[in-house]
Design a binder for this molecule. Structure first.
Ligand SMILES: *[C@@H]1O[C@H](CO)[C@@H](O)[C@H](O)[C@H]1NC(C)=O
Ligand SMILES: *[C@@H]1O[C@H](CO)[C@@H](O)[C@H](O)[C@H]1NC(C)=O
Ligand SMILES: *[C@@H]1O[C@H](CO)[C@@H](O)[C@H](O)[C@H]1NC(C)=O
Ligand SMILES: *[C@@H]1O[C@H](CO)[C@@H](O)[C@H](O)[C@H]1NC(C)=O
Ligand SMILES: *[C@@H]1O[C@H](CO)[C@@H](O)[C@H](O)[C@H]1NC(C)=O
Length: 201
């Protein structure tokens, strides 16, 4: 039953899907295309290299109030057969974990993506923030992100910590909430110069 509701809910989505917009993170100057979930006040942002580069990487961030023990996104918009990125705080650092699920069970570790946590990531008394570079991330086993489209992405959060926060391959139990937004990837392409500056931290 793990996250079954996530795919069912997608089918029931009406026209009220929240859309991403452009914002600048004041801590790192990166201009993201992103979305803040109003219930949990978690922000999900992404920025891609120029469309003409047809690159397979992007820079993303998750900014979450500390009550959210782990947060994940699915780049394909569903739990199954999508690249999943999951992150959580561990002391003063962020642990990140690429995952994949072929059934509604605990997503397994997924090899292929190179995740680099960028320096503006932080953990403080109220929030944790994961700013990351995800290379080899727009194409995965059975799917891809449409770089000139506005795909529906999904998030999942839990107030229950993962079993072993120091271990990127930790087990965790099913999310306590999830939702969707429309990520305007077509509007999320930076200049080559800006992207290169941001990706190098
Ligand atoms: C939401 O989180 C941001 C940090 O991303 C913080 O600055 C802001 O005060 C929070 N807003 C609310 C209503 O908690
Ligand atoms: C873009 O890159 C993807 C994945 O590497 C490839 O499948 C696709 O053919 C490329 N598209 C163009 C227009 O080059
Ligand atoms: C990219 O990721 C795929 C899995 O999605 C993997 O099979 C492939 O080896 C990776 N390529 C590189 C260059 O790491
Ligand atoms: C804690 O981190 C959040 C997210 O990065 C940030 O908005 C907030 O300003 C930080 N709080 C302090 C006191 O630095
Ligand atoms: C990507 O999205 C654009 C804009 O919606 C659309 O025209 C194009 O057909 C899509 N490409 C694929 C491969 O689905």
């Amino acid at each position: 039953m793990f996250a079954r509701s996530l795919s069912c809910a997608l089918l029931l989505l009406g026209t009220a899907l929240a859309q991403s917009s452009s914002y600048t993170d004041p801590d790192n100057g990166i201009v993201f295309q992103g979305f803040t979930d109003p219930v949990h006040n978690i922000t999900y942002g992404a920025v891609f290299p120029p469309l003409a580069a047809n690159s397979t990487e992007f820079i993303g961030e998750i900014v979450a109030p500390i009550a959210n023990a782990w947060v994940g996104i699915t780049l394909g918009g569903s739990m199954l057969d999508s690249l999943l990125l999951v992150a959580w705080p561990n002391g003063n650092s962020i642990v990140s974990s690429p995952r994949y699920a072929s059934s509604y069970a605990l997503p397994v570790w997924y090899s292929g993506p190179t995740l680099t946590t960028l320096p503006s990531s932080e953990v403080n008394a109220t929030h944790w923030k994961w700013v990351y570079r995800c290379q080899n991330c727009t194409v995965w086993n059975g799917g891809s992100i449409n770089l000139s489209g506005s795909p529906t992405l999904a998030w999942a959060v839990s107030t229950v910590p993962v079993a072993t926060p120091s271990d990127a391959k930790s087990t965790f139990v099913e999310h306590t909430d999830f939702g969707f937004w429309g990520e305007s990837v077509v509007d999320a392409h930076a200049s080559a110069a800006d992207y290169s500056t941001w990706a190098s931290g």
